[in-house]
Ligand binder design. Structure first.
Ligand code: ZN
Ligand code: ZN
Length: 311
């Protein structure tokens, strides 16, 4: 009996302390303040979208002076609607736009994994085997422009990484142009990368043309990339090709009005209207000059803006 009373008292005491801890703990108190949504990320909040919270919610600020939070200078450019929604994540971060891609193209290619084993010899004389998969990838097509013998080693879906490019929302041309380098120099709307007119250090593209698929791309040390006009979606037209690492968009050989532009600079760029901006902006075109008599190099020139890393 005594033991039982003692136990009851003890339980009661526990209950009381729990009650006191939960209701009177001074650390649980906080001062709620009002936060305003900053959809553009410019530091100015929208006075008509607010919430009260102790901690700053993601995308909210204390300022409430933004009279136009959605149609300011920092909205996502209309052209980004053409980028493949499965392969990309594109968002604004302050005065920059962040473009993240998984590096995979949204179209068919013989470079998707398939049931044919390929053997290639690299320039050092090493044998590189691309093993046969148990089944063809749904986007795999038989090589037509290239052959199994000429194809580069590796498949598109071997690449299991991502690429990120950060560019200003309103890029400007630089005082001096800068040369492109090996590796990605731009990102195509398909999800795959754009390379320049060199295949490697002291390896001209001429040596690698036989390995390009019907859309002028092949796998490389890192991933699938285009060197020439990407026929999968652009063939002598005005389609959007992608974005170069200096933040300027690149279009097909024809201008918004269907004519070949006549005022291009040495990088294939000019200021003028595009399909996505009737007011005009600086943009590049694939130049209407043949390479090896039949191809069109996407970007053989220098950047006219300031290039950013694609990594
Ligand atoms: Zn290449
Ligand atoms: Zn143009």
């Amino acid at each position: 009996m005594t033991k039982f009373l003692f136990l009851s008292f003890f339980i009661l005491l526990l209950g009381f302390s729990a009650f006191f801890v939960s209701s009177c703990d001074p650390d649980n108190s906080c001062t709620e303040i009002t936060w305003y949504e900053d959809a553009e990320g410019d530091g100015l909040g929208n006075p008509s979208v607010s919430l009260d919270s102790c901690e700053q919610p993601e995308g909210y600020v204390t300022d409430n002076s933004d009279t136009d939070d959605t149609n300011g200078s920092n909205t996502l450019h209309e052209a980004f609607s053409e980028f493949d929604s499965e392969n990309f994540i594109i968002y604004l971060d302050g005065n920059e736009v962040v473009i993240e891609s998984n590096g995979w193209p949204n179209h068919t290619s013989p470079y998707w994994s398939n049931t044919t084993e390929r053997v290639a010899i690299d320039p050092m004389g090493n044998t590189l085997i691309t093993p046969a998969a148990s089944e063809n990838h749904p986007l795999f097509v038989e090589p037509t422009a290239t052959t199994y013998e000429d194809m580069a080693p590796g498949n598109i879906d071997d690449f299991n990484g991502s690429y990120t490019l950060r560019v200003p929302t309103n890029p400007s041309t630089a005082t001096n142009s800068s040369a492109t380098g090996l590796g990605p120099i731009g990102i195509a709307i398909s999800g795959a990368m754009i390379y320049n007119d060199e295949e490697g250090p002291n390896v001209p593209l001429d040596n690698a043309v036989v390995s390009l698929d019907y859309t002028a791309a092949h796998t490389g040390p890192q991933s699938y990339h285009y060197h020439l006009e990407p026929k999968a979606w652009s063939d002598d037209d005005n389609k959007l090709i992608g974005i170069m690492s200096d933040g300027f968009f690149i279009y097909g050989r024809r201008d918004y009005d269907g004519n070949y532009p006549t005022d291009l600079d040495e990088s294939g760029g000019h200021f003028g209207p595009t399909l996505h901006n009737p007011d005009g902006e600086y943009h590049y075109h694939i130049q209407n000059e043949t390479f090896l008599g039949q191809y069109y190099i996407i970007f053989p020139g220098d950047f006219q803006g300031t290039p950013n890393d694609i990594q």
